[in-house]
Design a protein around this ligand. Structure first.
Ligand code: DCP
Ligand code: MG
Length: 450
């Protein structure tokens, strides 16, 4: 039946904002107060590994590698500091890790546990800030400009955060306090693990990093570094002395890099909210309100595939999944979850359908699913289960197949064969309407139960 619908290429309801890159070099310093922020950056030490060591004393003090197992194909997600002595690092091939440390302890990640811990962490940290920005499960920026008011109090906040994280959750973190986000992030890395460091001014920032490799600058990933190195630009000093060349090579990103090489960064700590533009979403409005939540759940499968398709096309992954509903009375709600980075329809569906179960079950006019807190290749990233364990993809494939097969069984459409068509907004819309009516018809004829 799907093929009776005309094909059309319109894609709506998809917003992807620019990366957080300021408009032009130099403008940042002019605004009053640009340099007056006090920002804390918190980052957990060896996060996944530390949680496992906390929960199982037998793992403590050992080289612990979280990722795929040595007999699987895959990579390291993270490892304990004991394992780092053997040169093991995040994203390293697991076979290489095993070659370096055959006596290490190898474990699969337990994302849902880390996610739960993450929520507890952020809850503690957020109490010190007027705004907080979750960057990853184990990492956040806190704007303490107004809550601390002065440097000395900010320093106390930082130490209290470290202490409470240790006392209440049994985990170590590293904390940086600085005048900007970039500097705060650099500061938290400076004395890892269990570190504390301050960078009060742009001058202090520049002094610290000027002779380091370009990769010290936030958003300079492997690809950008390679490009700069090939042009003979190795250190931050080289960037400062070759700004035109850097901008020529890297465009808008080059402007940003140049700017931070001079210590200029007055980006605000902006809490991620689902409605923020940095997201990819798909939503459908029904011609008649839908009260059957089983149909809504089925529609989420399609929305999840649409979001995955778009995310893969633009090469972005989200660290948050969001569900959006408008009820018949026009009341809108959205629910969101932080997740390990993903672009998988299976994860998007699992998260949004889980959230759907939690909401008030009233007739719905609009439903949407989305990914937010997007990151691209250049940025540091937390690996997904798929990235870590190649075999994980097989599991994912199975679930995908099953989700589509279930839909086929319920609505009599070959969803697997027609998936590409669903990505077109109008076809998605017509399909969803068809599902709504089909289900209604079935219910009216006494076949509604599943
Ligand atoms: N992670 C991942 N893949 C990567 C990097 C990280 O899956 N390439 C996961 C595992 C980490 C968590 O994200 O525990 C946090 O990432 P960090 O980069 O902060 O690394 P750690 O917290 O493990 O160690 P560090 O002490 O260096 O911060
Ligand atoms: Mg960390």
């Amino acid at each position: 039946m799907l093929h009776s619908v005309t094909e059309c290429g319109i894609i709506f309801v998809i917003t992807i904002a620019d990366k957080e890159i300021p408009e032009s070099v130099g403008e940042q310093c002019k605004g009053g107060g640009a340099m007056q922020q006090i920002i804390i950056h918190v980052d957990m030490d060896a996060f996944y590994a530390s949680v496992e060591m906390r929960d199982d004393p037998r793992l403590r003090g050992k080289p612990l590698i979280i990722g795929s197992l040595p007999n699987e194909r895959g990579v390291v997600a993270t490892c304990s500091y004991e394992a780092r002595k053997y040169g093991i690092r995040s994203a390293m091939n697991i076979k290489e890790a095993y070659r370096r440390c055959p006596h290490g302890i190898y474990m699969h990640p337990n994302f849902y546990k880390y996610k739960a811990v993450s929520e507890q962490l952020h809850r503690i940290w957020n109490t010190y800030a007027s705004a907080s920005q979750t960057i990853a499960l184990d990492e956040a920026y806190l704007d303490v400009t107004d809550t601390a008011k002065n440097w000395e109090t900010a320093r106390q906040f930082a130490h209290t955060i470290k202490q409470r994280t240790k006392d209440e959750l049994g985990l170590n973190c590293s904390v940086g306090v600085a005048y900007s986000k970039t500097a705060a992030k650099t500061a938290s890395e400076e004395k890892k693990p269990n570190g504390y460091f301050e960078i009060p001014t742009p001058e202090a920032f520049v002094d610290l990093i000027i002779d380091r490799d370009v990769r010290v600058l936030y958003t300079v990933g492997a690809k950008t570094a390679k490009k700069l190195h090939a042009a003979g630009i190795h250190t931050v000093r080289d960037i400062r002395e070759n700004t035109d060349e850097v901008i020529r090579l890297c465009g808008k990103h080059g402007q940003w890099i140049t700017q931070i090489a001079f210590g200029i960064d007055d980006r605000k700590v902006t809490p991620y909210r689902p409605e923020d533009a940095k997201s990819i979403g798909r939503e459908v409005t029904f011609q008649k309100d839908v009260s059957d939540y089983a149909v809504l759940r089925d529609i989420l499968v399609l929305l999840a595939f649409c979001v995955e398709h778009r995310a893969k096309r633009v090469g972005l992954q989200g660290r948050g999944v969001t569900l959006k509903l408008t009820y018949a009375d026009m009341k809108q709600i959205s629910r969101s979850h932080t997740i390990p980075q993903t672009d998988s329809a299976v994860t998007i569906f699992r998260e949004t359908s889980g959230m759907l179960e939690q909401v008030e079950q009233r007739p719905v006019r609009l439903i949407g699913a989305g990914l937010y807190n997007l990151t691209g290749e250049e940025e540091e990233r937390q690996l997904t289960f798929d990235d870590i364990i190649d075999d994980g993809k097989i599991v994912d494939e199975d679930v995908r197949g099953q989700l589509l097969a279930d839909l086929q069984q319920r609505y009599g459409l070959d969803f697997a064969a027609n998936l590409e068509k669903i990505y077109h907004y109008e076809i998605l819309h017509k399909t969803v309407e068809y599902m709504r009516k089909y289900n209604l018809h079935r219910r009216e004829n006494g076949g509604g139960e599943r």
